[in-house]
Ligand binder design. Structure first.
Ligand SMILES: Cc1cc2nc3c(=O)[nH]c(=O)nc-3n(C[C@H](O)[C@H](O)[C@H](O)COP(=O)(O)OP(=O)(O)OC[C@H]3O[C@@H](n4cnc5c(N)ncnc54)[C@H](O)[C@@H]3O)c2cc1C
Length: 221
């Protein structure tokens, strides 16, 4: 283990770095440490660029770690990350984080790549009876939708902000939660996405009667 900006890391080889939608990728490398679904790790490409944090999207028992990420147009890190090829070096920290305490019958609410920790929980068999509400701008960005549809059926709700009426709820996740007739104040809620999405969703849940102690969140800052 070496240290960089006080984070211990090891060098791993990229197994694959596959585009799955415009500007979105799944990066895979070998699992060298155990982790708990919901945890994240820090990735680096060189010691000149600060590490960035990514949720683990794969299951606890998989041999490989999967990371779902989007390339930020002006991003210093993801523009380089997206160019990595199989066999290239990657700096990888130990898994960390406490977004791991799951209660039964969870409601997962995610925007964009915020679906990643919930995929890990589902693929680890830890989220029985879950409802997933996922927000995206276009259908291409409903990552893992095939698995989610097959696993959850009508408990998988897609909110598409820029779609025409059809297969999805048209609007943002927050619009959906405001009018969701299935909202149950006794279930535990787990939110993951940008600060704005998490704060707005939390406030709507509270205004609809969900106790704050039942709301857990992971913010991608
Ligand atoms: C716990 C956690 C989990 C996350 N999981 C995911 C995920 O699964 N998928 C995903 O796509 N994104 C995830 N993110 C966001 C991710 O860490 C990056 O912020 C994102 O990929 C930005 O890309 P970029 O570095 O190219 O953009 P940039 O615009 O270069 O940077 C974006 C952000 O990185 C940080 N940053 C930039 N420069 C520096 C610097 N010099 N020093 C320190 N920090 C700096 C800042 O927070 C900045 O707002 C997660 C964030 C957190 C906190």
């Amino acid at each position: 283990m070496r240290t960089w900006n006080e984070i211990s890391y090891e060098i791993q080889r990229v197994i694959s770095n596959t585009p799955i939608a415009p500007g979105a990728y799944i990066l895979k490398f070998k699992k060298n440490s155990t982790f708990i679904a919901g945890q994240a790790l820090a990735l680096g490409i060189s010691e000149d660029i600060e590490p960035r944090y990514y949720s683990i999207a794969s299951g606890e028992n998989d041999d490989e770690i999967s990371i779902l990420y989007t390339e930020k147009p002006d991003g210093k890190f993801t523009r380089i990350l997206s160019l990595l090829k199989p066999g290239d070096n990657l700096m990888v920290s130990k898994p960390f984080g406490k977004f791991t305490q799951l209660s039964p019958f969870p409601v997962f609410i995610a925007a964009g790549t915020g679906i990643a920790p919930f995929m890990s929980m589902l693929l680890s068999g830890k989220a029985k009876g879950a409802v997933v509400i996922h927000g995206a701008s276009y259908p291409d960005y409903f990552y893992y939708s095939e698995i989610l549809l097959n696993t959850l059926g009508e408990n998988y709700i897609r909110c598409c902000s820029r779609c025409q009426p059809g297969s999805f709820y048209v609007g943002r996740v927050t619009d959906y939660i405001k009018q969701w007739s299935g909202l149950n104040i006794n279930r535990p809620y787990y939110l993951c996405g940008s600060t704005e999405m998490v704060v707005e969703t939390r406030d709507i849940l509270i205004s609809r009667g969900v106790p704050i102690s039942s709301i857990n969140s992971e913010i991608y800052f």
